[in-house]
Design a protein around this ligand. Structure first.
Ligand SMILES: Nc1nc2c(c(=O)[nH]1)N[C@H]1C(S)=C(S)[C@@H](COP(=O)(O)OP(=O)(O)OC[C@H]3O[C@@H](n4cnc5c(=O)[nH]c(N)nc54)[C@H](O)[C@@H]3O)O[C@H]1N2
Ligand SMILES: Nc1nc2c(c(=O)[nH]1)N[C@H]1C(S)=C(S)[C@@H](COP(=O)(O)OP(=O)(O)OC[C@H]3O[C@@H](n4cnc5c(=O)[nH]c(N)nc54)[C@H](O)[C@@H]3O)O[C@H]1N2
Ligand code: SF4
Ligand SMILES: [Mo]
Length: 700
């Protein structure tokens, strides 16, 4: 075990490591251990941007590490699939992996490799724990490929199309900005280290604009808050473009030199005068005009483009239009001016180099279609599902379809996780995974430009094993011996870092952190340039326009109906990271609802409500508030089924339709109705709820 200050006589040690969870910030951590047990997790200053402090979730991560929900040993299911308290029998790793190998071989021989679907997403997000021996194994098996589109697919497609994923402005550079637009992001909960930099900029005179259907903590501190109807960012952004072009405020010199397609963008934006956009978005036209004016005048101006605006039918075009604004307004070239999206690709690092097996052209399954894929995929049907780094029952759209699919008797499911997730209830075999406090990894931030070494602070809990070892072991059992040469994660770490350029590898090993060649705080269009083929900004990609059903920058109207008028959104909260730590939520969840919507439905604070649409229903409590726009309601992302009264979460109401570009999830296109139900006690799944006499019962 590597320690930074050694082990003293009390068995006390401190370990320098980093947080690799799916969060932009990638904090450096100082972990204290006494007699082999975690006693404290705190921030360190190794990563300068996160400045020595961390969030409350990870500070108490010991509650997951030593939790009763932790999977300690491999186990095989005994009773039916999907029960709230499923029965499993412990087995040895050898028995478990032999059985997995046997079943995968049977499936492959009878149905072909594509009948196997590996299913993974964020997990611990590190370079070692994903796309290493796992990718090598599944590629060599000829398994179906997974399109990892549940998050960031539209924004990433937009950032790639426009700028070839040029690195973004880092949080600390916000202190140089005069205008900050936080668009569809809620950093107070989902990336906390940006907030003090924004506040510092405000103290120095910066203007803050927040565009969000909810009055978030930052919206309360904003000069202007535009509480848009979910899914209407596209017209709002196009109205800003139109304003710039129409008033001669577009930076035509910059556009001529650095961009293509501005005329095509201008024509599409022409359909959106400020008044029309404001009407569709349900916001005040004067406020929107003021934002247009501020954005044209102020510099340095930065837009923090979040992920809240992508999760709907217009998400891709919305992200394109938002991220195109600094180009059209000429905001690049100064510190604190430009945009921030994801900085995941700031590094000259290529995973393909270390996977060590060619990607085969097998069929690709969009992960947002898991439920339907389990029924509709033919030739071959999906017969084996290997879930790791992901908790699809809690996090994928159309939860009921996912659960039905996973209940199939003829489906062989492996769930490899740290804790008994909602998905684990459907597993034939569960395998225990290590947490980031028990393994080596490399954490890559997507807010600050940060690459850090993650190292074990404690011994593995129970018989947990790191991903890289389990997939390498399975490959060996399947006779794929030459696939991946590193069998332990320490070897894997070395194998991976050895393929990095020396300027990165050496500091990463010696100091635990590295800086990319362009520096940790690049100025866009000074230190970094677009990474498109010809280094130009592509404001209008004709091929993408052809592929997009309605065309690029074309607004698709709201899917609400008279039956289902309320827009249900499910943003990140400070209590979980996606569904990670959802096991610790002991209070029943509450949906936030505007006071007018509540009064209309005879609802008051603490009442029990039934949210429903044609796909499903969620029974939960109500929190009445004026901090969300009327017509929009909000239930947290990442809830486990036990957190609601009927065992369904927001995803039971989320359609599995896809975003306009990128094949992303439309979480915020859920349209629902809400009605009061007579209160029931919170006792897990068995509560029976009766529809209140005040509202007519419906046939669902
Ligand atoms: N604590 C915590 N931190 C996290 C996560 C977590 O679950 N918990 N998740 C991590 C992950 S995986 C991600 S992707 C990021 C996501 O972090 P964010 O980018 O902050 O994304 P969301 O939380 O989905 O939504 C952000 C805001 O968008 C608003 N919003 C919803 N719909 C719309 C819309 O149509 N338009 C506009 N303008 N706003 C809208 C929501 O009200 C919310 O306040 O956070 C990461 N950090
Ligand atoms: N309704 C709604 N749903 C959403 C969203 C939303 O806005 N609204 N947002 C979506 C977003 S942004 C995202 S990113 C997805 C995320 O969805 P998921 O990727 O499913 O994220 P988590 O639920 O945190 O699941 C990660 C799982 O990996 C496990 N894990 C962690 N480290 C390891 C490891 O080293 N090995 C193994 N084997 N397992 C590990 C964790 O215990 C956890 O169960 O959720 C999406 N779901
Ligand atoms: S979850 Fe985010 S804020 Fe919390 S410790 Fe990890 S990187 Fe830092
Ligand atoms: Mo995400």
């Amino acid at each position: 075990m590597a320690t930074s200050d050694g082990n003293d006589h009390r068995g006390h040690a401190t370990v320098d490591t980093a947080c690799p969870l799916d969060c932009p910030d990638s904090c450096s951590l100082s972990v204290t251990i006494e007699h082999g047990k975690l006693t404290g997790i705190d921030g360190s200053t190794r990563q300068a941007e996160t400045n020595g402090y961390i969030c409350g979730k990870v500070r108490r991560f010991d509650r997951r590490v030593y939790s009763d929900d932790r999977i300690l040993r491999p186990a095989i299911r005994q009773g039916p699939k999907g029960q709230s308290r499923p029965k499993f029998k412990d087995v040895t790793w050898d028995e478990a992996l032999e059985q997995v190998a046997t079943r995968l071989t049977e499936v492959r021989e009878r149905w072909g490799g594509e009948a196997i679907l590996p299913f993974s997403y964020g997990g611990s997000n590190g370079l070692v724990s994903q796309d290493t021996s796992d990718a090598a194994l599944f590629r060599r098996l000829g398994a179906s490929r997974l399109s990892r589109t549940v998050c960031a697919a539209p924004t990433r497609t937009a950032a790639r199309t426009l700028y070839g994923e040029m690195p973004s402005i880092t949080p600390s550079d916000y202190t140089h900005s005069q205008l900050i637009v936080v668009w569809g992001a809620n950093p107070s909960e989902s990336g906390i280290h940006l907030v003090p930099y924004i506040r510092e900029a405000q103290r120095k005179g910066a203007t803050l604009v927040v565009i969000d259907p909810r009055q978030t903590k930052l919206a309360l501190k904003a000069d202007i808050h535009l509480p848009v109807r979910p899914g209407t960012d596209l017209p709002v952004a196009l109205a800003l473009h139109r304003h710039l072009f129409e008033h001669g405020l577009a930076d035509t010199t910059f556009l001529d030199e650095h961009a293509r397609g501005s005329e095509r963008l201008r024509l599409r934006a022409d359909a959106w005068p400020i008044g029309r956009a404001a009407e569709v978005a349900g916001i005040d036209a004067t406020a929107l005009e003021e934002v247009a004016d501020l954005y044209a005048r102020k510099s340095p101006a930065v837009i923090r483009c979040g992920w809240g605006l992508e999760r709907n039918r217009n998400g891709g075009s919305a992200a394109l239009a938002v991220l195109a604004l600094p180009a059209v307004a000429g905001k690049f070239g100064v510190r604190g001016g430009g945009y921030s999206m994801s900085n995941l690709n700031a590094w000259p690092i290529d995973r393909e180099r270390w996977i060590g097996a060619e990607e085969s052209p097998t069929r690709a399954v969009n992960m947002n279609h898991l439920g339907r894929a389990l029924f509709e995929c033919q030739a071959p049907p999906i017969k084996a599902l290997f879930v790791y780094n992901c908790n699809p029952v809690a996090t994928m759209p159309d939860q009921n379809a996912v659960a039905r699919g996973l209940s199939r008797d003829d489906l062989f499911t492996v769930v490899f996780d740290q804790v008994r997730t909602d998905t684990a209830a459907y597993a034939d075999i569960i395998l225990p995974a290590t947490t980031f406090l028990e393994t080596y990894d490399v954490a890559k931030g997507y807010g600050p430009i940060s690459l850090q070494l993650v190292q074990p602070a404690i011994d593995t809990v129970g018989e947990a094993r790191p991903n890289v070892e389990v997939f390498a072991d399975l490959a060996a059992r399947l006779g794929l011996v030459d696939t991946w040469s590193a069998n332990t994660e320490a070897e894997a770490l070395l194998q991976i870092t050895n393929m990095m350029p020396n300027e990165i590898r050496i500091p990463l090993h010696e100091a635990g952190t590295a800086t990319p060649p362009m520096g940790a705080a690049p100025i866009q269009f000074v230190d970094v340039q677009p990474r498109t083929a010809d280094k130009k900004i592509e404001l209008f990609n004709e091929a993408l326009d052809d592929e997009t059903p309605e065309g690029l920058y074309v607004f698709q109207p709201d899917p609400a109906s008279d039956d289902y008028p309320l827009a249900l959104i499910s943003p990140a909260t400070s209590r979980t990271i996606c569904s990670t730590l959802g096991e610790l939520q002991s209070e029943p969840a509450a949906v936030e609802m505007h006071v007018d919507d509540a009064v209309e439905r005879d609802l008051s604070n603490g009442d029990t409500v039934r949210l429903f649409n044609d796909q499903g229903e969620v029974h939960c409590l109500v929190k009445v508030t004026d901090r969300i726009r009327k017509g929009t309601i909000s239930l947290p992302k990442g809830l486990w089924r036990k957190s609601t009264l009927n065992g369904s979460t927001a995803n039971a109401l989320v359609p599995d339709t896809l975003t306009d570009i990128g094949g992303g999830a439309c979480f915020n296109d859920a349209r629902v109705q809400a009605e009061r139900v007579l209160a029931a006690s919170y006792k897990g799944r068995d509560v029976t709820l009766t529809v209140s006499a005040a509202t007519a019962p419906r046939a669902h």
